[in-house]
Design a protein around this ligand. Structure first.
Ligand code: LMR
Length: 366
């Protein structure tokens, strides 16, 4: 049996986590031979709900679930973690402007970046899910000077999966036969879902669909899918977001399928002319725990225009939180060598539970 890996989840009693944690504990994310330690983090007022969730996890008797610890602060919850799934964020309330949302979440992600810097394993891999995910990833990364920006990512796999599912429905193809979709830019309504490189059964998609449908139905549908779901359910997407988190992390750690492209929000190294240092969704491939941007895709002027639009939104968001981006991490985000990390999981600690955790609930000998 392999040594357990430590995974921190924020917003752990929330709706996304309610779906996600059962998938992680059953081995869907890290593989069926990888034991996991879940370090679950919630706000102090939500600890009872979190305790209930931990009891349910325990009651599933998952063979791979080594330990669960519960924490009401990130400094304790991030201790020695190998993976951070940052789901908790303040949702947009009535009358709140996007800039208010940016501001209130910026404080949360500044603290989380610092805590990752100070307490996480040096090789930690971070996925930001809480919105505005790309800019939250930027804030966390800029506040973690001891970590590489390439260790931080933002979730656009949800958009990627949506594009695949909706295209499958439209063409009558099985989603497994659809490949090479690209989501460019921000996880927002400005994102550019690009089908120009996509294939159905290895044939170009653009030969099989009507351009008007692509431009006027498909693109707006993907861009607005989150809002459409909120409208229908009165709450945000949860199970599909959890599935996207699993897919993102599994591909990052275990590698993408041969020839496949997936979309990840990552720090821009200037590829495709995108301004360096912002978190932008690119086409990537993963291997040995590292991701690499797929370069050289042919982009028309029509596509470039859409890529620039979503880039401009990210630059606006960056400007709105600029006061929270420490100048000393500017250079590391401008001069990137992507894939700095070995992908090897480092163990700085023993693998047992942290005995000081006041919410500790379970521990299992593997
Ligand atoms: C989604 O895409 O479903 C969410 O990001 C929407 C939201 O604002 O919570």
């Amino acid at each position: 049996m392999r040594r357990p890996v430590r995974i921190a989840v924020t917003g752990a009693a929330g709706a996304i986590s309610n779906s996600l944690l059962f998938k992680v504990a059953s081995g869907e994310m890290f593989g069926k031979d990888q034991p996991v330690i879940l370090q679950l983090i919630e706000m102090p007022g939500r600890m009872e709900a979190l305790r209930g969730l931990a009891m349910e996890l325990e009651d599933c008797a998952y063979p791979l679930l080594h330990t669960i610890t519960l924490h009401d602060n990130v400094e304790e919850g991030f201790n020695n973690i190998h993976y951070a799934l940052l789901i908790g964020a303040r949702p947009r309330g009535p009358g709140m402007e996007r800039s208010d949302l940016l501001e209130s979440n910026a404080e949360i992600f500044t603290r989380q970046g610092r805590a990752l810097n100070d307490y996480a394993n040096r090789d930690v891999k971070v996925l930001v899910v809480g919105n505005p995910a790309n800019t939250n990833a930027l804030i966390a990364s800029r506040n973690a000077p001891k970590l590489s920006p390439s260790q931080f990512t933002a979730l656009t796999r949800l958009d990627h999966n949506r594009a695949k599912g909706i295209l499958a429905n439209h063409t009558g193809a099985n989603p497994r036969n659809i490949g090479r979709i690209v989501i460019w830019g921000n996880h927002s309504t400005t994102q550019y879902p690009d089908l120009h490189h996509a294939t159905v059964l290895d044939e170009p998609v653009m030969n099989q669909i009507d351009f008007d449908w692509y431009q006027n139905v498909f693109i707006p549908k993907i861009q607005n899918r989150g809002a459409e779901i909120i409208e229908a359910r009165s709450v945000s997407s949860a199970a599909s977001a959890a599935q996207a988190v699993v897919d993102h992390m599994r591909d990052w750690i275990l590698g993408t399928d041969a020839g496949e492209i997936v979309s990840m929000g990552i720090v821009s190294d200037g590829s495709y002319g995108v301004e360096k240092g912002i978190f932008y969704s690119f086409p990537v491939r993963c291997d040995y725990g590292r991701y690499q941007i797929v370069r050289g895709l042919d982009i028309s002027e029509w596509g470039r225009e859409r890529m620039r639009l979503t880039e401009a939104e990210l630059l606006d968001e960056k400007a709105a939180v600029n006061h929270l981006l420490p100048p000393e991490t500017e250079a590391s985000h401008q001069n990137l060598s992507i894939c700095l990390r070995s992908g090897v999981t480092l163990y700085a600690d023993g693998t047992g539970p942290d005995a000081s955790s006041k919410y500790l609930t379970t521990n299992r000998v593997m």
